[in-house]
Design a protein around this ligand. Structure first.
Ligand code: ATP
Ligand SMILES: Nc1ccn([C@H]2C[C@H](O)[C@@H](COP(=O)(O)O)O2)c(=O)n1
Ligand code: MG
Length: 220
C-alpha cells in the first residue's frame, strides 16, 4: 500500500505529465472533436463496423478495450488491476480509461472519433462529461442477441483472455445491468441510432452507411 507521501508524489507526477501532454498536443477543449460513441454487447460487431466507417468516412477509431489491453502490455503500474478486471468482465475505473482516451485523441490529431465500447456504465458517462466536456453527436448502438454474440466471441480466435464462456456470461450481465442504462439515457435525449446487428456484416454496414452518409451522397 502506498504512503500519503507516495500518493502525493504520484498525483504531482500525473499532473506534470498532463501539463506536458497539453503543451505538446493542446487540450480537448481546443480540439473540440466530433465524437460518436459506438455501443453494443460483447461481440455485437462494434470493432468490425468501426473499421468500415474509418475506411469510408475519415473517422479515427478508438476502442476503450484495445487501449486498456495496450496499457496492460506496456507494463504500466495499472496493468495488473486492468488485467484482473477484464478477466472478470468488470469495468475499469473511469479515471484510467478516460486518461487513455484523452491521450489517444490528443496525440492523434484528427478531430473525428469513433469511441468504441465507451461509456460502458453511468460512472464512465458522467466522468467523461465532467472531464472532457464533450457531448457525442450520436450513439451508434449495435443490437444483437446473446446467443449470436456468444457464437461470434467463441469463434473470434484473437487470443483474448475474456473470450471464454465463463467470462462472456459475466460480460453479458454487466452489459445488461450497467451499459444498457447508458444507452437508455442517450435514447431519452434522441441520440441513439439503433442497428439490427444480427445480420451479415455487409448488411449491417449498409445500415451504418445510411447513418453516416448524407442521403444524396454515396460512400464506396
Ligand atoms: N455481422 C456479423 N456477422 C457474423 N460475424 C460477425 C459480424 N460482425 C462481427 N462478426 C465477427 O464476430 C466477432 C466479434 O466481432 P467484433 O470484434 O467486431 O465485436 P465487438 O463488438 O467489437 O466485440 P467486443 O465488445 O468483445 O470487443 C469477430 O470474429 C467478427 O469477425
Ligand atoms: N469503457 C470500458 C471498456 C472496456 N473495458 C474493459 C472491460 C471489458 O470487458 C473489456 C473489453 O472491452 P471490449 O474490447 O469488449 O470493448 O475492457 C472497461 O473496463 N471499460
Ligand atoms: Mg471490440
Amino acid at each position: 500500500m502506498g504512503t500519503v507521501v507516495d500518493d502525493g508524489k504520484k498525483e504531482a507526477q500525473q499532473e506534470a505529465l498532463q501539463e506536458a501532454q497539453q503543451e505538446a498536443h493542446g487540450s480537448l477543449a481546443d480540439l473540440n472533436p466530433t465524437v460518436v460513441f459506438v455501443l453494443g454487447g460483447p461481440g455485437s460487431g462494434k470493432g468490425t463496423q468501426c473499421a468500415n466507417i474509418v475506411e469510408h468516412f475519415g473517422f479515427t477509431h478508438l476502442s476503450a478495450g484495445d487501449l486498456l489491453r495496450a496499457e496492460i502490455k506496456s507494463g504500466s503500474e495499472n496493468g495488473t488491476m486492468i488485467s484482473d478486471m477484464i478477466k472478470e468482465g468488470k469495468i475499469v475505473p473511469s479515471e484510467v480509461t478516460i486518461k487513455l482516451l484523452e491521450r489517444a485523441m490528443l496525440e492523434n490529431g484528427n478531430d473525428k472519433f469513433l469511441i468504441d465500447g465507451f461509456p460502458r456504465n453511468e460512472e464512465n458517462r458522467a466522468a467523461f462529461e465532467d472531464v472532457a466536456k464533450i457531448e457525442p453527436s450520436f450513439v451508434l448502438y449495435f443490437d444483437c442477441s446473446e446467443e449470436e454474440m456468444e457464437r461470434r466471441l467463441l469463434g473470434r480466435n484473437q487470443g483474448r483472455e475474456d473470450d471464454n464462456v465463463e467470462t462472456i456470461r459475466k460480460r453479458f450481465k454487466v452489459f445488461q445491468e450497467s451499459s444498457l442504462p447508458v444507452i437508455e439515457y442517450y435514447n431519452s435525449k434522441g441520440k441513439v441510432r439503433k442497428i439490427d446487428a444480427r445480420r451479415p456484416i455487409e448488411e449491417v454496414y449498409e445500415s451504418v452507411k445510411a447513418i453516416f452518409a448524407p442521403k444524396d451522397e454515396k460512400a464506396d
